[in-house]
Design a protein around this ligand. Structure first.
Ligand code: HEC
Length: 505
């Protein structure tokens, strides 16, 4: 263990110890007054119980309904129960060790870990040895993010399934099952999964960082260590380094890690901006915020096993090439598969510098795909490999100017949907006149009713653009049902269009 301690590196720049040892904060405990400017570490008394503030922003809330310690709906996001009985410090296992006098407000260079390694050299880790790790306890953990719609309506959303581990060498990882998003509204959950995260293709978000275990060892029970860590966040095929201002508290055998400030996630950094725009359109909102604050509060408990192996990052595909096949009227893509551990590929496309959208997921060892489009503009493609939920770096971007090949487009319709569909022209194969009665049945059968309602008005209105038969039919053929446009073409689209015109307009 000594070796790993010395080797353990931390990407954090500066650590500063706060002087929030348990006894001190209990001494300053005061009756809770909602709306006061509490900071993390402050201790309050409510109905004879003591609580310590974890996240200042929420402790300061004047909403008793949500954050009153012990009784508000979400109080445990803001506060944690705290034992301040006079004998409390002696009932908790004393973790004092050589070097634990790492003094208050001392700065340690975390990159070299110099000071801390010397001070712990003569003791083993109190927390872990090599065949143990700290495992995230989902029952005591949560990760929340806040979304803002229509400029000022903020909503707190959460994920139900997170896996995480803190290994003996200080590697901290946690992974979130994106399909476990819980916004309290089922239809919104499934839209977020489908359009924003595309969780069927890219099921997880990963966060990885290093914590200097020597410093964890020095932590005393109840002492709050505030640390700024650089980590890597992977969502939606994109990896970015992010900085997190976190606190670490040792409580008994458990380690609690929580964010002091929101981690601000910019949707465009993770190619989520296209999805956000889709959600905005679907829900007919004026806006959805493009930066998302994320808060977490994670509790890790000792497990008698080694930390699970991290999934290996697959090698990125290379040599993505593109050409137009005028016979098949298709865009031909090919690339070189360089990975030996991939479980599949994801192909993405965008118009000029617009947001990336996934075209399709492909099986392992795939090296080609044919795409079709009716967008007469410059299109760019890229591809990456997935090993389960871990993505490779991106391939090169390949580009084609479809304006050279597609010319006579009806009203320059540019499809935003994820999957471009075949170009076959409906109006040639519908010999029979469109039939509104058949259209009425198809409107129900094809699921249009689910998004547009019996009356064509809710939740998504059909009356934003009143169209003529040919245009409407073309629109349905190429765009609807949303996300699965190829399922209603030809006479299906013609019949439904005539039904919409006859019964709805
Ligand atoms: C999963 C939800 C969903 C389903 C199912 C669906 N639509 Fe839509 N529809 C939408 C969304 C979202 C829009 C807005 C698209 C946009 O703004 O780009 C829309 C727009 C439309 C419009 C344009 C309305 C206007 O006034 O601009 C028509 C017409 C339409 N849909 C017809 C249909 C038909 C016909 C079906 C069934 C074959 C169908 N939709 C199925 C989600 C859906």
């Amino acid at each position: 263990m000594k070796k790993t301690l010395i080797q353990s590196s931390i990407s954090a720049a500066i650590l500063s110890f706060s002087s929030l040892a348990m006894a001190d904060s209990c001494n300053t405990a005061s009756p809770f007054i909602s709306g006061s400017s509490y900071s993390a570490g402050d201790v309050v008394i409510v109905d004879g119980e003591t609580y310590q503030c974890k996240i200042a922003g929420w402790c300061q809330s004047s909403s008793d309904f949500h954050y009153r310690p012990g009784s508000g709906l979400n109080w445990s996001d803001a506060w944690q129960e705290k034992s301040c009985a006079s004998n409390s410090s002696s009932t908790i296992e004393d973790n004092t060790q050589a070097g634990s006098n790492a003094s208050e407000n001392e700065n340690i260079d975390a990159n070299t870990g110099n000071e801390s390694t010397t001070s712990t050299e003569n003791t083993a880790s109190q927390v872990l040895d090599d065949d143990k790790h700290l495992k995230l306890d989902m029952n005591k953990s949560h990760l929340r993010f806040i979304t803002v719609k229509k400029e000022h309506v903020a909503e707190v959303q959460r994920f139900e399934s997170i896996n995480g581990a803190l290994a003996a060498d200080g590697q901290l990882t946690f992974s979130i099952d994106l399909a476990s998003v819980n916004t309290q509204i089922d239809i919104r959950d499934s839209r977020i999964q489908e359009y924003l995260f595309e969780s069927a293709l890219m099921p997880k978000m990963h966060f990885t960082t290093h914590i200097n275990m020597a410093i964890i060892d020095e932590l005393q029970q109840g002492q709050l260590l505030r640390v700024n860590v650089d980590g890597e966040l992977e969502i939606h095929g994109e990896k970015k380094s992010v900085n997190a201002d976190i606190s670490i508290v040792k409580v008994g055998d458990e380690i609690n890690v929580f964010s002091n400030q929101a981690m601000i996630i910019k949707s465009a950094d993770f190619s989520l901006d296209g999805g956000i725009e889709l959600l905005r359109q679907i829900a007919s909102l004026s806006s959805i915020g493009e930066t998302v604050p994320v808060y977490f509060d994670l509790t890790f408990a000792v497990e008698n096993s080694q930390a699970p192996e991290k999934l290996a990052v697959p090698d990125a595909p290379s040599h993505l090439m593109i050409s137009w096949n005028s016979m098949a009227q298709e865009i031909e893509l090919s690339w070189q598969d360089n990975a030996d551990n991939e479980t599949g590929y994801v192909l993405q496309r965008r118009e000029a510098a617009g947001p990336w959208a996934s075209v399709t997921g492909l099986a392992e060892n795939s090296e080609s795909y044919s795409d079709s489009t009716d967008v007469a503009a410059v299109l760019q493609y890229r591809v990456f490999a997935m090993n389960d939920s871990v993505s490779s770096a991106m391939s090169n971007v390949a580009e084609i100017d479809m304006a050279l090949y597609l010319t006579d487009q009806p009203n320059g319709n540019d499809s935003n949907n994820n999957n471009a569909d075949n170009n076959n022209d409906s109006n040639t194969d519908s010999g029979n006149a469109a039939d509104p009665a058949t259209g009425a049945n198809l409107y129900a059968e094809m699921g249009c009713v689910g998004c547009h309602g019996e009356d064509g008005q809710s939740p998504i209105s059909l009356f934003n653009n009143v169209m003529q038969q040919a245009e409407l039919s073309y629109y349905i053929e190429t765009e609807m049902p949303y996300g699965n446009a190829s399922s209603c073409e030809g006479s299906c689209a013609d019949d439904i269009a005539s039904y919409i015109i006859k019964d709805f307009y």
